[in-house]
Design a protein around this ligand. Structure first.
Ligand code: RTP
Ligand code: MG
Length: 138
């Protein structure tokens, strides 16, 4: 029972030339890209993507950050039903001081706001985000 999740190299990752590193870590783990796209993000898409955070104090900053420059959006597949969770482990914890070395954030991020990668946080959000970003193209 394979499963898919949504992973995105955020603007800071593209700006810093870390897309290859991020894709490499996913692939080295044994996960596969089934769709990927470098794209600019509209205000509307950024707002919808982070809709769960609409009432948080950092929401406007988050939307501004995501629309700053292109992102590399991916649909990632793994052999089990836990692909979203495996990706979150590779990505690392949200808070910069919690992100452990060995994870993408732990190895490369110095702030919580610019933390390089997004990964869906569950089966339902993975389905929602794959549809939002790729529609029928994944
Ligand atoms: P993401 O959605 O981007 O994969 O990150 P996440 O699940 O690890 O964290 P989440 O709680 O969904 O927060 C989304 C993004 O908002 C920023 N954030 N800032 N200042 C803060 O307390 C704070 N908390 C979260 C981070 O950039 C986080 O990635
Ligand atoms: Mg999140």
């Amino acid at each position: 029972m394979t499963s898919r999740t949504f992973v995105m190299a955020k603007p800071d990752a593209v700006e810093r030339g870390l897309v290859g590193e991020i894709v490499s870590r996913l692939e080295r783990k044994g996960l596969t890209l089934v769709a990927a796209e470098l794209r600019s993000v509209s205000q509307e898409l950024a707002q919808e993507h982070y809709a769960e955070h609409a009432d948080k104090p950092f929401y406007d900053e988050l939307v501004a950050f995501l629309t700053r420059s292109p992102v590399f959006a991916m649909v990632v597949e793994g052999p089990g039903d836990d692909t979203w969770e495996l990706c979150r482990i590779l990505i690392g914890k949200t808070k910069v001081t919690d992100a452990q070395p060995g994870s993408i954030r732990g190895d490369f991020a110095t702030t919580t706001n610019e933390n390089l990668v997004h990964g869906s946080d569950g089966t339902e959000s993975a389905a929602r985000e794959i549809k939002l970003w790729f529609g029928d193209r994944a």
